[in-house]
Write a protein that binds this ligand. Structure first.
Ligand code: ZN
Length: 324
């Protein structure tokens, strides 16, 4: 049995079987469990994969069949309002807690930047921001180029030295880790490595899934996450890495597992029966990640309000602003 990834305690208790419904991920994530540390509350996969296994996984199976959000270069950045709304909400949070960020152009490094919607939101607010993206997926490159971002293709592995190119472009004012920290096999070492790229008064902007115990038990698919955070364990992780937490809270929409079973069954059944076109017509222009093709210009875009909502125990994400 593994030790706790945070406090290294070996007092871990079984929570639930690790579920992996994503076919290409099964080879790595099957026959595992989720354990909870009795000392610090951190939840994690068991056994923890090796760093080599994880690197091989992200080089190919991760992007196969399921983890590709819909994106269209022609309509970027309004091709995906889910990502754009998240980017704008993250930028707002950064400026609210570090007011100096609103006054000067920043050098921003995003790890796992995907198609670049978060970076774009910073550029939208200040054209002079310099953007740097670490993204191994080749298909994201044209999108990142549209943001004028410098792209590093390396995979960040705490056990290896950092990409020389990335180091030479530093130090950065801000590192953005949006839905990244739940993936590495050593989250504290990963954060420390990222912190080494920051300049004086450098900050990190973090967003991870919020997975309280009930959510972990109910969620139909755990892959490909290694760590499962609640507010206390995320704070501990950030502080273990030497960070000072300026802000941390839950945010986003209400977790589906916290709604009644009846509601969940009803919504699932309705999704099977009602065609997508009719749902879009009834539900408006936004359907989760996928944007109706009639949204083609920025003037059509309204932010998805749940991304800017904070507080309570039942929201889907955790966000933090951390000083290093
Ligand atoms: Zn622990």
């Amino acid at each position: 049995m593994s030790n706790c990834l945070l406090c290294h305690s070996h007092h871990l208790r079984y929570v639930v079987r690790y579920r992996c419904t994503h076919r290409p991920s099964r080879q790595l994530f099957r026959k595992r469990a989720i354990l909870r540390c009795l000392r610090c509350g951190m939840m994690q996969i068991d056994p923890v994969p090796t760093a080599e296994q994880v690197r091989d996984y992200y080089s190919k199976p991760y992007r196969q069949g399921g983890f590709n959000a819909r994106a269209s270069l022609e309509h970027f950045p309004v091709d995906n309002l889910w990502y754009l709304s998240r980017g704008r909400a993250l930028r707002q949070m950064a400026v609210r807690h570090v007011p100096a960020f609103a006054e000067r152009p920043l050098r921003i490094l995003e790890i796992g930047s995907g198609f670049g919607h978060v970076l774009w939101a910073f550029k939208e607010a200040n054209e002079s921001c310099q953007l740097f993206a670490c993204e191994p997926d080749q298909r994201c490159r044209p999108f990142l180029r549209k943001c004028n971002a410098t792209v590093f293709q390396s995979f960040v592995d705490p056990q290896e030295s950092l990409d020389e190119l990335m180091v030479s472009e530093g130090p950065f004012d801000l590192a953005v880790l949006s839905h990244v920290l739940e993936h590495p096999v050593s989250p504290v070492a990963f954060l420390s490595l990222m912190a080494s790229l920051l300049g004086e008064d450098g900050h990190m902007l973090i967003e991870v899934p919020h997975t309280p115990l009930d959510e972990t038990r109910w969620t139909p698919n755990h892959a490909p996450h290694v760590s499962f955070f609640v507010k206390e364990s995320l704070r501990a992780c950030l502080e273990h890495a030497g960070g000072t937490v300026d802000f941390i809270d839950t945010c986003g929409s209400i977790l589906s597992s916290c709604r009644s079973l009846w509601y969940r069954c009803f919504v699932r059944a309705a999704r099977r029966v009602v065609p997508h076109s009719l749902r879009s017509a009834v539900g408006g222009k936004y359907d989760s990640m996928n944007v109706s093709p009639d949204i083609l210009t920025m003037s059509d875009v309204l932010p998805l309000p749940e991304f800017g909502m904070y507080g309570g125990d039942t929201r889907a994400f955790l966000r933090a602003v951390v000083r290093f």
